[in-house]
Design a binder for this molecule. Structure first.
Ligand code: A3P
Ligand code: MG
Length: 429
């Protein structure tokens, strides 16, 4: 049973404080004066309120990025010939879209404005090189217009957008700036601008994932899931319903996209969920947030397990053997992206497993936000030997053993680890 309450402890000072006006606009501008005002406010909130400001900014950045992605996904799903320069392929032939670069530029802009460029270090998935080739100008122009259109919405989120529209070179610079290499010391943000790009281009599930790492520890995580409704619904429902309804009549923007944003702060003891901001609304974090909790189901026979859609990303054969051994009876829930972490955190699935092929190195941006959200919602996430994931080694989860297992509770987790132990040597992983 999920409990839905608003916890005043997580944001002890209202984000939309009535005075002064500058503080209502969380990131009024990058001026030293404004940052100073915020530094004073943050100092007042030390202790219980640690990371409040970072969390509030991160939630706003992800919210605004979700609206950007929704618009791009709508356009991508238009019939061929009507969707312009929105998509291309990387060297490894995986898709990359205007949304990947535009979200990275937008989040980079928001974080730099709020915390100062000199204090903002970001690890993110995309680099700017493909955008800079001369033949990519239409793509870059689509990114530029997507970012500028998105930032006109900034005031609704309590942010003040740029005075003038951002230019090509500024957008390229914002993307290129996200080149931190992480490591065991210091503070850096970790961003996957569009996780599950394959799901995104197919009109299916995807996520926007932002986390903050301090001295190798994930201290906060935010997960935007634009196609994961606030009400409990079957995750694949969206896709089928969308496809069917799109054929009958073109959707009004936002009509079926009642997505959510999940967030948690390490050690906060709670994880939260809020709806995506409606086009007619002004952002108010406190009003809309609900506590989320993992499922209390511990009987494998009643448990749901989720895994990647793509066999190439995780062995379906191996997980089928594991769930059989453990006694999970339900069909796997195959979902793109970190929405799987969200499903466990919200109590809609009890288990998430991923077993990539030997030699594949998991990246920190594909897991950081999801791990802290599940843990604070009451779940357990480790590698498949039972060790915590190590976010202190740079852009990869170095030392990750065998695979990743996230569970709603310790009992299920232990049973799966035992099943992995028993079958690992005879597997071809
Ligand atoms: N061969 C592989 N094995 C495992 N994971 C892979 C992979 N190739 C890509 N991925 C990762 O899997 C993510 C998608 O997850 P899922 O399969 O659960 O939907 C991709 O994120 P992006 O889509 O952000 O690139 C990518 O980081
Ligand atoms: Mg990813």
């Amino acid at each position: 049973m999920l409990s839905f309450t608003i916890n005043p402890a997580i944001f002890p000072i209202p984000i939309q404080a009535p005075i002064p006006v500058r503080l209502r606009h969380l990131c009024a501008s990058a001026t030293a004066e404004n940052r100073l005002v915020w530094a004073e406010q943050s100092a007042c909130r030390e202790g219980d309120g640690k990371m409040d400001r970072e969390l509030a900014v991160a939630v706003k950045a992800v919210q605004i990025a979700c609206t950007l992605c929704q618009k791009v996904q709508e356009a991508l799903l238009l019939p061929a010939g009507q969707n312009g320069s929105l998509k291309t392929s990387k060297d490894d032939r995986s898709p990359v879209t205007v949304a990947d670069w535009a979200v990275q530029a937008t989040v980079s802009w928001v974080l730099s404005q709020c915390f100062g460029e000199e204090h903002t270090s970001i690890i993110a998935e995309e680099d700017e090189s493909a955008l800079c080739a001369s033949e990519s100008t239409p793509l870059l122009d689509s990114v530029v217009s997507s970012v500028n259109r998105c930032l006109t919405e900034a005031p609704r989120y309590g942010l003040i957008g740029p005075e003038n529209e951002l230019q090509r070179h500024e957008i390229v610079e914002l993307i290129g700036r996200c080149n931190s290499q992480g490591g065991p010391k210091g503070r850096f943000w970790v961003l996957d601008p569009v996780d599950g790009t394959l799901g995104f281009v197919r009109g299916d599930q995807y996520a926007i994932a932002l986390a903050l790492i301090e001295d190798g520890e994930v201290v906060l995580g935010v997960l935007g899931c634009p196609n994961y409704p606030m009400k409990k619904e079957w995750l694949n429902y969206h896709q089928r319903y969308y496809r069917l309804m799109s054929k009958l009549s073109p959707p009004a923007f936002g009509a079926w996209h009642k997505g959510c944003v999940l967030y948690a702060r390490k050690g906060g003891g709670q994880a939260w969920m809020q709806p995506l901001l409606d086009p007619s609304q002004v952002f108010d974090l406190e009003k809309s947030a609900r506590v989320i909790q993992v499922s209390s189901v511990s009987d494998p026979a009643s448990a749901t397990f989720c895994e990647p859609v793509e066999k190439a990303n995780s062995s379906h054969l191996f997980t089928a053997g594991l769930v059989d051994t453990v006694g999970v009876r339900k069909q796997p829930l195959r979902v793109y992206s970190m929405v799987k972490y969200a499903a466990v955190a919200r109590g809609h699935a009890e288990i998430f497993m991923k077993f990539a092929r030997a030699g594949y190195k998991e990246k920190v941006w594909d897991h950081a936000a999801g791990v802290v959200i599940i843990e604070e919602a009451g779940g357990v996430v480790t590698d498949a030997r039972g060790s915590p994931l190590d976010f202190s080694k740079g852009i990869y989860l170095e030392g990750l053993d065998r695979g990743i297992i996230a569970c709603s509770g310790a009992l299920l987790h232990r049973r799966i680890i035992e099943a992995v132990d028993a079958s690992w040597d005879s597997s071809n992983l």
